[in-house]
Design a protein around this ligand. Structure first.
Ligand code: G6P
Length: 366
């Protein structure tokens, strides 16, 4: 592609820094004065959402992680949601609950497995298909009943960044639309919309932490493994953080729901195993903290990203302070430092950040 990297060393870094702008773009014309502008979705989409009782999300890679975050959001407002990677979904027998909407999520709109899942869905009894996609003229957009475009612009780095966060923004807007149908009050809606509205600024603030994260990255460059922990919607955020690290730095990274630590991965923890964790100020905080105590007790080094309201009684190795985080959009905010961490580790390791070995930007064959 004929796109300039500008002052950035890599497309990935440029794309990370584009996030405040493309998140604004994705919100443009879709929210106004504390309200979701549903008319902007188009009549066909709103008619489909009226009939939606359950959602099945199908996607691959990073887009799958966006779907997993959305599951936490949708179920919170009373909409049942299942999420599956397309390569599995397409080859198994599925039971489709009544009133199910198929949602595919894809940056490229050309991922072979996701497209195949959509094509097969016609015979499975869905009320319709919606794609959250970044490329307007793509196959998924053409073949889905309706689409909801992210506006991340062209993404060149193989490791997806801005496509992911704009997918989350789009999914949050869809969540608000579905929540309206479940009795969301205007006050609650205003809160959710305002949270989205302040997101670009929050992301800008987080990006200012890059220097600190760069220092953190130095502790990873000689490591062979890393563990990413999270709970609730931050579990998929951890999965995405681990994926970023393995994709571009070639360090083996695994994400675990923090509560599962004691059922296996704790056996791996020692001073050679950095443990990364997003630690938002939420109802599961105390539980995550006790999980982290277990890591610390076994000599594991903690790399925490936390909220300024969180008072951590751990001798944490590194911590970052992010201000003003709202629970609804926090998964988006906390994804940013993990992207920066992966980028800086890869930079220190001297890998090909934009074009990691063996990987393709878009997997158009099975
Ligand atoms: C490839 C890319 C990933 C991407 C995945 C799904 O594996 O390297 O970055 O998340 O495909 O692609 P899609 O275009 O469907 O989001």
């Amino acid at each position: 592609a004929n796109i300039d990297k500008g002052p950035y060393a890599h497309y990935m870094l440029k794309e990370i820094y584009e996030q405040p702008g493309v998140i604004s773009e994705t919100l443009e014309g879709r929210i106004h004065k504390g309200r979701l502008l549903e008319a902007s979705f188009g009549h066909e989409t709103t008619a489909l959402l009226d009939k939606t009782k359950h959602v099945q999300i199908v996607a691959c890679g990073t887009s799958y992680h966006a779907g997993l975050v959305a599951k936490y959001w949708l179920e919170e407002v009373g909409v049942g949601c299942s999420v599956e990677v397309a390569s599995e979904y397409r080859y198994r027998k599925v039971v489709v609950p009544e009133g199910s909407l198929l949602i595919t999520i894809s940056q490229s709109g050309e991922t072979a497995d996701t497209l195949a899942a959509l094509r097969d869905s016609c015979s499975k009894g869905y009320i319709g298909s919606l794609t959250v996609c970044n490329v307007p003229e793509s196959s998924l957009v053409r073949e889905s009943d309706v689409c909801f475009m992210t506006r991340a612009g062209t993404e060149i780095g193989v490791a997806s960044t801005k496509a992911f966060t704009t997918q989350l923004v789009a999914l949050r807007l869809l969540m608000i639309a579905l929540a309206r149908r479940k009795g969301l009050t205007p006050e609650e809606e205003e809160t959710m919309v305002n949270e989205l509205h302040s997101l670009p600024r929050q992301v800008e603030v987080v990006l200012e932490l890059a220097d600190k994260i760069q220092i953190m990255a130095e502790d990873f460059s000689d490591k062979h493994n890393a563990l990413f922990l999270g709970r609730g919607a931050f579990y998929p955020v951890a999965m995405e953080g681990a994926l970023k690290l393995k994709e571009i730095s070639y360090i083996h990274a695994e994400a675990y729901p923090a509560g599962e630590l004691k059922h296996g991965p704790l056996a791996l923890v020692d001073e050679t195993m950095p443990v990364v964790c997003a630690l938002p100020d939420d109802p599961l905080l105390e539980k995550v903290l006790s999980n982290l105590q277990e890591v610390r007790a076994r000599g594991g080094e903690l790399f925490l990203f936390s909220d300024h309201k969180v008072n951590i009684g751990l001798d944490r190795y590194q911590s970052l302070t992010l201000a003003d985080i709202y629970p609804g959009t926090a998964p988006i905010v906390y994804s940013i430092p993990l992207q920066l961490l992966a980028y800086h580790v890869a930079l220190l390791k001297g890998t090909d950040v934009d074009q990691p070995r063996n990987l393709a930007k878009s997997v158009t064959v099975e």
